[in-house]
Design a protein around this ligand. Sequence first.
Ligand SMILES: Cc1cc2nc3c(=O)[nH]c(=O)nc-3n(C[C@H](O)[C@H](O)[C@H](O)COP(=O)(O)O)c2cc1C
Length: 199
Amino acid sequence: MKSIYVLSVFLCVAVTAPAQDRVLPAPERTGGKPFLETVDARRSERAYVKAEMPAQTIANLLWVADGFNRSDRRTVPTAMNKQEMELYVVFDDGAYFYDAAHNSLQLIAKGNFKEALGQPNITGNAALTIVMVADVSKSSIEMARISTGYISQNIYLFAASEGLGTVARGSFKNAALAEALQLNSHQTITLVQPVGYLQ
Ligand SMILES: Cc1cc2nc3c(=O)[nH]c(=O)nc-3n(C[C@H](O)[C@H](O)[C@H](O)COP(=O)(O)O)c2cc1C
Protein backbone atom coordinates (compact mmCIF):
# COMPACT_ATOMS: atom_id res chain seq x y z
CA MET A 1 0.00 0.00 0.00
CA LYS A 2 2.82 2.35 0.98
CA SER A 3 4.60 1.74 -2.34
CA ILE A 4 1.38 2.55 -4.28
CA TYR A 5 1.12 5.82 -2.35
CA VAL A 6 4.77 6.70 -3.06
CA LEU A 7 4.28 5.85 -6.75
CA SER A 8 1.12 8.01 -6.98
CA VAL A 9 2.91 10.95 -5.38
CA PHE A 10 5.83 10.48 -7.80
CA LEU A 11 3.51 10.37 -10.83
CA CYS A 12 1.59 13.39 -9.58
CA VAL A 13 4.79 15.41 -9.14
CA ALA A 14 6.12 14.18 -12.49
CA VAL A 15 3.13 15.49 -14.41
CA THR A 16 2.41 18.73 -12.57
CA ALA A 17 5.91 20.12 -12.00
CA PRO A 18 6.77 23.01 -14.32
CA ALA A 19 8.58 22.33 -17.61
CA GLN A 20 10.61 19.17 -17.31
CA ASP A 21 10.36 15.73 -18.92
CA ARG A 22 7.00 14.18 -18.06
CA VAL A 23 6.68 10.48 -17.25
CA LEU A 24 3.21 9.34 -18.22
CA PRO A 25 1.15 6.56 -16.60
CA ALA A 26 0.61 3.49 -18.77
CA PRO A 27 -2.23 4.12 -21.25
CA GLU A 28 -5.55 2.45 -20.45
CA ARG A 29 -6.35 0.19 -23.36
CA THR A 30 -9.97 -0.51 -22.51
CA GLY A 31 -13.08 1.60 -21.88
CA GLY A 32 -14.54 4.59 -23.66
CA LYS A 33 -17.92 5.09 -25.33
CA PRO A 34 -19.30 2.39 -27.63
CA PHE A 35 -17.72 2.80 -31.07
CA LEU A 36 -20.82 3.81 -33.06
CA GLU A 37 -21.77 6.41 -30.44
CA THR A 38 -18.23 7.74 -30.64
CA VAL A 39 -18.42 8.12 -34.40
CA ASP A 40 -21.81 9.78 -34.03
CA ALA A 41 -20.28 12.33 -31.62
CA ARG A 42 -17.23 13.17 -33.79
CA ARG A 43 -17.11 16.86 -34.69
CA SER A 44 -14.85 19.90 -34.68
CA GLU A 45 -15.09 22.04 -31.55
CA ARG A 46 -13.21 25.34 -31.22
CA ALA A 47 -14.38 26.87 -27.90
CA TYR A 48 -12.72 25.49 -24.77
CA VAL A 49 -12.54 26.38 -21.11
CA LYS A 50 -9.12 26.48 -19.52
CA ALA A 51 -8.42 23.32 -17.52
CA GLU A 52 -5.40 21.13 -16.92
CA MET A 53 -5.61 17.67 -18.43
CA PRO A 54 -4.87 14.77 -16.03
CA ALA A 55 -1.76 12.73 -16.86
CA GLN A 56 -3.86 9.60 -17.47
CA THR A 57 -5.95 11.38 -20.11
CA ILE A 58 -2.80 12.73 -21.79
CA ALA A 59 -1.30 9.23 -21.83
CA ASN A 60 -4.48 7.73 -23.29
CA LEU A 61 -4.87 10.50 -25.88
CA LEU A 62 -1.29 10.23 -27.17
CA TRP A 63 -1.44 6.44 -27.21
CA VAL A 64 -4.65 6.54 -29.26
CA ALA A 65 -3.10 9.16 -31.56
CA ASP A 66 0.10 7.28 -32.40
CA GLY A 67 1.21 4.94 -29.60
CA PHE A 68 2.32 1.33 -29.87
CA ASN A 69 -0.48 -1.24 -29.65
CA ARG A 70 1.92 -4.10 -30.51
CA SER A 71 5.59 -4.40 -29.65
CA ASP A 72 6.71 -2.70 -32.86
CA ARG A 73 3.52 -1.36 -34.48
CA ARG A 74 1.18 1.47 -33.76
CA THR A 75 -2.47 2.47 -33.35
CA VAL A 76 -2.33 4.06 -36.83
CA PRO A 77 -1.15 2.45 -40.08
CA THR A 78 1.73 3.79 -42.20
CA ALA A 79 2.71 2.84 -45.76
CA MET A 80 5.19 -0.06 -45.59
CA ASN A 81 5.19 0.40 -41.80
CA LYS A 82 7.65 3.29 -42.13
CA GLN A 83 6.29 4.97 -38.97
CA GLU A 84 7.40 8.34 -40.28
CA MET A 85 5.14 10.45 -38.07
CA GLU A 86 6.23 12.05 -34.82
CA LEU A 87 4.08 13.90 -32.33
CA TYR A 88 5.07 17.03 -30.47
CA VAL A 89 2.87 18.49 -27.75
CA VAL A 90 2.61 22.17 -26.85
CA PHE A 91 1.41 22.97 -23.32
CA ASP A 92 1.28 26.37 -21.64
CA ASP A 93 4.71 25.75 -20.10
CA GLY A 94 6.63 24.48 -23.10
CA ALA A 95 6.99 22.13 -26.06
CA TYR A 96 7.58 18.39 -25.73
CA PHE A 97 8.36 15.40 -27.94
CA TYR A 98 6.12 12.34 -27.43
CA ASP A 99 8.40 9.34 -27.08
CA ALA A 100 5.83 6.67 -27.89
CA ALA A 101 8.17 3.75 -27.22
CA HIS A 102 8.90 4.96 -23.68
CA ASN A 103 5.48 6.54 -23.06
CA SER A 104 7.00 9.84 -22.01
CA LEU A 105 7.11 13.49 -22.99
CA GLN A 106 10.61 14.87 -23.47
CA LEU A 107 10.97 18.59 -22.92
CA ILE A 108 12.17 20.36 -26.07
CA ALA A 109 11.98 23.94 -24.81
CA LYS A 110 10.37 25.84 -21.97
CA GLY A 111 8.23 28.83 -22.88
CA ASN A 112 4.93 29.87 -24.36
CA PHE A 113 4.77 28.87 -28.02
CA LYS A 114 1.08 29.48 -28.57
CA GLU A 115 1.77 32.43 -30.87
CA ALA A 116 3.42 30.01 -33.31
CA LEU A 117 0.35 27.74 -33.22
CA GLY A 118 -1.81 30.52 -34.69
CA GLN A 119 -5.58 30.95 -34.25
CA PRO A 120 -5.28 32.05 -30.56
CA ASN A 121 -9.06 32.11 -30.26
CA ILE A 122 -8.90 28.31 -30.54
CA THR A 123 -5.53 27.37 -29.04
CA GLY A 124 -5.61 29.90 -26.18
CA ASN A 125 -7.74 27.78 -23.87
CA ALA A 126 -6.77 24.33 -25.15
CA ALA A 127 -5.29 22.01 -22.54
CA LEU A 128 -2.66 21.04 -25.10
CA THR A 129 -2.02 21.10 -28.84
CA ILE A 130 -0.65 18.10 -30.69
CA VAL A 131 1.68 18.96 -33.58
CA MET A 132 2.02 16.25 -36.23
CA VAL A 133 5.46 16.13 -37.82
CA ALA A 134 6.57 14.02 -40.78
CA ASP A 135 10.12 12.72 -40.99
CA VAL A 136 10.47 12.78 -44.77
CA SER A 137 13.77 10.88 -44.61
CA LYS A 138 11.62 7.83 -43.74
CA SER A 139 8.74 8.20 -46.19
CA SER A 140 7.38 10.57 -48.83
CA ILE A 141 5.44 13.67 -47.81
CA GLU A 142 2.42 12.30 -49.72
CA MET A 143 2.37 9.15 -47.58
CA ALA A 144 3.01 11.22 -44.45
CA ARG A 145 -0.01 13.39 -45.18
CA ILE A 146 -2.16 10.26 -45.39
CA SER A 147 -0.71 9.01 -42.08
CA THR A 148 -1.53 12.43 -40.64
CA GLY A 149 -5.19 11.86 -41.48
CA TYR A 150 -5.26 8.63 -39.49
CA ILE A 151 -3.67 10.28 -36.47
CA SER A 152 -6.02 13.24 -36.65
CA GLN A 153 -9.08 11.00 -36.86
CA ASN A 154 -7.90 8.94 -33.90
CA ILE A 155 -7.60 12.18 -31.90
CA TYR A 156 -11.10 13.19 -33.02
CA LEU A 157 -12.50 9.82 -31.94
CA PHE A 158 -10.74 9.91 -28.58
CA ALA A 159 -12.11 13.41 -27.96
CA ALA A 160 -15.61 12.30 -28.95
CA SER A 161 -15.39 9.29 -26.65
CA GLU A 162 -14.17 11.39 -23.70
CA GLY A 163 -16.45 14.41 -24.21
CA LEU A 164 -13.46 16.63 -25.06
CA GLY A 165 -13.21 19.20 -27.86
CA THR A 166 -10.76 19.13 -30.75
CA VAL A 167 -10.28 20.48 -34.27
CA ALA A 168 -7.78 19.66 -37.02
CA ARG A 169 -5.90 22.83 -37.98
CA GLY A 170 -4.01 23.30 -41.21
CA SER A 171 -3.45 26.96 -40.47
CA PHE A 172 -0.38 27.56 -38.26
CA LYS A 173 2.83 29.61 -38.41
CA ASN A 174 5.06 27.02 -40.01
CA ALA A 175 8.50 28.66 -39.66
CA ALA A 176 7.93 29.89 -36.10
CA LEU A 177 6.52 26.53 -34.99
CA ALA A 178 9.36 24.56 -36.63
CA GLU A 179 11.84 26.80 -34.82
CA ALA A 180 10.02 26.42 -31.48
CA LEU A 181 10.10 22.62 -31.84
CA GLN A 182 13.73 22.70 -33.00
CA LEU A 183 12.92 20.64 -36.08
CA ASN A 184 15.64 19.58 -38.53
CA SER A 185 15.58 19.81 -42.34
CA HIS A 186 14.00 16.33 -42.69
CA GLN A 187 10.99 17.26 -40.55
CA THR A 188 7.81 18.88 -41.90
CA ILE A 189 4.80 19.92 -39.85
CA THR A 190 1.66 18.46 -41.42
CA LEU A 191 -1.16 19.43 -39.04
CA VAL A 192 -1.80 20.79 -35.55
CA GLN A 193 -4.69 19.72 -33.36
CA PRO A 194 -5.65 21.34 -30.04
CA VAL A 195 -7.61 19.34 -27.47
CA GLY A 196 -9.55 21.08 -24.73
CA TYR A 197 -12.45 21.00 -22.31
CA LEU A 198 -15.81 22.05 -23.69
CA GLN A 199 -17.67 25.10 -22.38
C1 LIG B 1 -6.85 19.10 -43.16
C2 LIG B 1 -7.79 19.97 -42.35
C3 LIG B 1 -7.42 21.25 -42.00
C4 LIG B 1 -8.27 22.06 -41.22
N1 LIG B 1 -7.83 23.29 -40.84
C5 LIG B 1 -8.60 24.03 -40.01
C6 LIG B 1 -8.12 25.28 -39.52
O1 LIG B 1 -7.01 25.72 -39.81
N2 LIG B 1 -8.92 25.98 -38.67
C7 LIG B 1 -10.16 25.52 -38.31
O2 LIG B 1 -10.84 26.20 -37.53
N3 LIG B 1 -10.65 24.33 -38.75
C8 LIG B 1 -9.91 23.58 -39.59
N4 LIG B 1 -10.34 22.35 -40.02
C9 LIG B 1 -11.64 21.81 -39.54
C10 LIG B 1 -12.72 21.89 -40.60
O3 LIG B 1 -13.14 23.22 -40.78
C11 LIG B 1 -13.90 20.99 -40.17
O4 LIG B 1 -13.49 19.65 -40.12
C12 LIG B 1 -15.06 21.12 -41.14
O5 LIG B 1 -15.66 22.39 -41.05
C13 LIG B 1 -16.16 20.07 -40.89
O6 LIG B 1 -16.63 20.16 -39.55
P1 LIG B 1 -16.65 18.87 -38.61
O7 LIG B 1 -15.21 18.46 -38.37
O8 LIG B 1 -17.31 19.32 -37.33
O9 LIG B 1 -17.38 17.80 -39.32
C14 LIG B 1 -9.53 21.55 -40.81
C15 LIG B 1 -9.90 20.24 -41.17
C16 LIG B 1 -9.05 19.45 -41.91
C17 LIG B 1 -9.45 18.03 -42.25
